[in-house]
Design a protein around this ligand. Structure first.
Ligand code: NAD
Ligand code: LMR
Length: 340
């Protein structure tokens, strides 16, 4: 069962009260792309957490203002803004976790893969800086297309001889958050008590919700199951269409990114039994990267919990995802191999 302890649910007493009750820690966390639609609310959630001692905000625009603004909040995380490539090494120095939402978002009519042209080099440059200046840090990549940006990150770390597969994560938590919400809506449940693993990748049909493994168990007739699965797979597009040219999911992604970061920080802090799904290097299927529930620990992935028992419908979804997944992964790997 997925651990639900780290959900960033606000309480009247402040966000920090609802995070797992774990002791404080002093992690230094960097957000790269901190001035963006995701970066700003994500940085706010991180600033509000007792797990964060230092918050390092990096972007190519507006970070002095974002950092000044957040630094007035009465929580103990020390906030520093860094602007432009020459300040990136200082932003990363001593970081234990780096969260990367830098890059362009989709507009209506685009696929996530259409972002590759712009975002591949942004992610390669930023992760190269991570490999040089904080090679031991947990790297959490939000930038799309995640199915390619994680292979890019891996190849960059390999090139610099500091690769550790247990510390590189493609953040797919928003798919889980959406699956929990939509199942709860359908079944009249409290979404905070629903837990649906979502495996595979983070784009269209590579997003595979395992409703058969939902906790609590739910019965959904096949026609509704098909529609629910498709809604989860296309939920990002639902937001892109609703925002009508103004970008993609930002607030729900900030929530999801914070949930993942807090789970990982909790686990790094020694909390036991913390499980999150993420898109990682994997030997669970024929795809070299695959999202499955992961047991997290002090050094990142402690154990890959695998796919579990799938229904026939879910097995078919996994089979249908493979060719797209493998092509996106290869595209990311080739990008780094062919880069000067
Ligand atoms: P945005 O345009 O609002 O913000 C992006 C930020 O990145 C901007 O502040 C920009 O200045 C910064 N940036 C650009 N190049 C940079 C560089 N080289 N170094 C540092 N910062 C740089 O976009 P957004 O809505 O915040 O989305 C960011 C990315 O997250 C997109 O690629 C989007 O597709 C992705 N996303 C992923 C998920 C997911 O589930 N993994 C969910 C939503 C969005
Ligand atoms: C999402 O799932 O919301 C993100 O991947 C952004 C997008 O382009 O849909």
């Amino acid at each position: 069962m997925l651990s639900r302890v780290a959900r960033p649910v606000a309480t009247a007493a402040g966000l920090c009260r609802s995070f797992s009750g774990s002791s404080q820690c002093n992690a230094k966390v960097a957000v790269l792309g901190a001035s963006g639609g995701i970066g700003q609310p994500l940085s706010l959630l991180l600033k509000n957490s007792p797990l964060v001692g230092e918050l390092s905000l990096y972007d190519i625009a507006h970070t002095p203002g974002v950092a000044a603004d957040l630094s007035h909040i009465e929580t103990r995380a020390k906030v520093t803004g860094y602007l432009g490539a020459e300040q990136l090494p200082a932003a990363l120095k001593g970081c234990e976790m780096v969260v990367i939402p830098a890059g362009v978002p989709r507009k209506p009519g685009m696929t996530r893969d259409d972002l590759f042209t712009t975002n591949a080099s942004i992610v390669a440059d930023l992760t190269e800086a991570c490999a040089r200046h904080c090679p031991e840090a947990m790297i959490c990549v939000i930038s799309n297309p995640v199915n390619s940006t994680i292979p890019i990150t891996t190849e960059v770390f390999k090139k610099l001889g500091v690769y550790n597969p247990n510390k590189i994560f493609g953040v797919s938590t928003l798919d889980i958050v959406r699956a929990n919400t939509f199942v709860a809506e359908l079944k009249g449940l409290d979404p905070a008590r629903v837990s649906v693993p979502v495996i595979g990748g983070h784009a269209g049909k590579t997003i595979i919700p395992l409703i058969s493994q939902c906790n609590p168990k739910v019965e959904i007739p096949q026609d509704k199951l098909q529609a629910l699965t498709e809604r989860i797979q296309e939920a990002g597009t639902e937001v892109v269409k609703a925002k009508a040219g103004a970008g993609s999911a930002t607030l729900s992604m900030a929530y999801a990114g914070a949930r993942f970061a807090f789970s990982l920080l909790d686990a790094m802090n020694g909390k036991e039994g913390v499980v999150e799904c993420a898109f990682v290097r994997s030997e669970e299927t024929e795809s070299p990267y695959f999202s499955t529930p992961l047991l997290l620990g002090k050094n990142g992935i402690e154990k890959n919990l695998g796919l579990g028992k799938l229904s026939a419908f879910e097995e078919k979804l996994v089979a249908e995802a493979m060719s797209e997944l493998k092509a996106s992964i290869k595209k990311g790997e080739d990008f780094v191999k062919n880069r000067k």
